[in-house]
Design a binder for this molecule. Structure first.
Ligand SMILES: NC(=O)c1ccc[n+]([C@@H]2O[C@H](COP(=O)([O-])OP(=O)(O)OC[C@H]3O[C@@H](n4cnc5c(N)ncnc54)[C@H](O)[C@@H]3O)[C@@H](O)[C@H]2O)c1
Length: 308
């Protein structure tokens, strides 16, 4: 796929982070947008930003964990836009908890959004994508679909599975008009920690905090951690641009960020002890970003939501 001009793109989780900037950068490139989100107010902000571009935009409020809502989505998009060329299964959530202390409800929440919704959406949209001369299905996994840390068992379970599912589809769709992509971001400065469920009933600090927080003198609150996470990762607009470049170059595996690439390298070099190598580059990278924040790409009407 050489460009996105006049294509119709469905994006889940379009109210924040990478989903918002995928929508904006695609609109900037001339694509029409079907923006999907559970959060009405953040989606309205994205829609306001999209109004700066001369493309057709439709807004779809839905919970992607609702199978019936996902099954109804292709028809709604086709009614609005006439066809669908690109589907970004981007929306995701996180829980920070040991497996033993994790409420089953939290497990199901992450599992249904991060994995089952990706599968249901792929099943619902693939027949429509196959009718287009060139199309793409883009599923977001994570670097946490390649390496595993403590207290992230459900996130890893979902993201490893998204990777396996998507890589299998890459092979099944070879020779068809549908490109299949699996996205593996490293640390991107979004609202994912703000929206995460952190198991506060446990005494120990959570894993993300242990990785970087103590060295930087962070407190214990979710708000502090979320603000730190958002302010010190790669800007979501840059991550989204890398994803779109990967789609244009038909890269089935799209790695986003130096940290993701280095973590992947570590797990190849030392499959049993890779996490011991991470502080040698995650901390310097974080300190570097802290010292010299990397600005977002220029887009029209930026109204960043600051939640914490
Ligand atoms: N931020 C990172 O460092 C990072 C790293 C690796 C992978 N990822 C993945 O990237 C994707 C995008 O996350 P982000 O970092 O931009 O987070 P974000 O929290 O900024 O955005 C996620 C969006 O998904 C929406 N969403 C959540 N549950 C939903 C549901 N049930 N139905 C519809 N929409 C829903 C949220 O409201 C939010 O707008 C996720 O799949 C995440 O797991 C993020």
């Amino acid at each position: 796929m050489k460009d996105f001009s006049n294509k119709v793109a469905v994006i889940t989780g379009a109210g924040s982070g990478m989903g918002r900037y995928l929508a904006i950068l695609l609109a900037k490139a001339g694509a029409n947008i079907a923006a999907c989100e559970i959060n009405q107010s953040t989606l309205a902000e994205t829609i306001a930003m999209l109004a700066n571009y001369p493309v057709k935009v439709s807004s779809h409020i839905l919970d992607i964990a609702d199978k019936a809502a996902i099954e109804a989505l292709p028809e709604q998009v086709i009614t609005e836009h006439g066809c669908v060329d690109l589907v970004f299964n981007n929306a995701g959530v996180a829980v920070d908890s040991s497996f033993e202390d994790m409420p089953e409800d939290d497990w199901d929440w992450v599992f249904n959004i991060n994995l089952q919704a990706v599968i249901n959406s792929s099943r619902a949209f693939l027949p429509h994508l196959k009718q287009r001369p060139e199309a793409a299905l883009i599923n977001t996994s994570s670097i946490f679909g390649m390496i595993a840390l403590e207290r992230q068992s459900v996130y890893h379970t979902a993201k490893f599975a998204v990777r396996g599912f998507t890589e299998s589809l890459v092979k099944e769709m070879k020779g068809s008009s549908v490109q299949i992509h699996c996205v593996h971001p490293g640390h991107i400065g979004t609202n994912i920690v703000t929206n995460a469920r952190i198991n506060k009933s446990e005494e120990s600090a959570n894993s993300m905090q242990r990785l970087v927080g103590k060295a930087l003198g962070l407190g214990n609150s979710q708000e502090e951690l979320a603000a730190f996470f958002r302010n010190n990762g790669m800007h979501a607009s840059r991550a989204s641009q890398i994803i779109l470049n990967g789609v244009c170059k038909n890269r089935s595996r799209i790695m986003v960020g130096t940290d993701a690439k280095l973590m992947d390298l570590c797990q190849r070099l030392t499959p049993n002890h890779y996490e011991m190598l991470f502080p040698f580059f995650t901390l310097p990278l974080t300190l570097l970003r802290n010292k010299k924040p990397i600005k977002g790409l220029p887009v029209e009407g930026n109204v960043e939501t600051v939640k914490a």
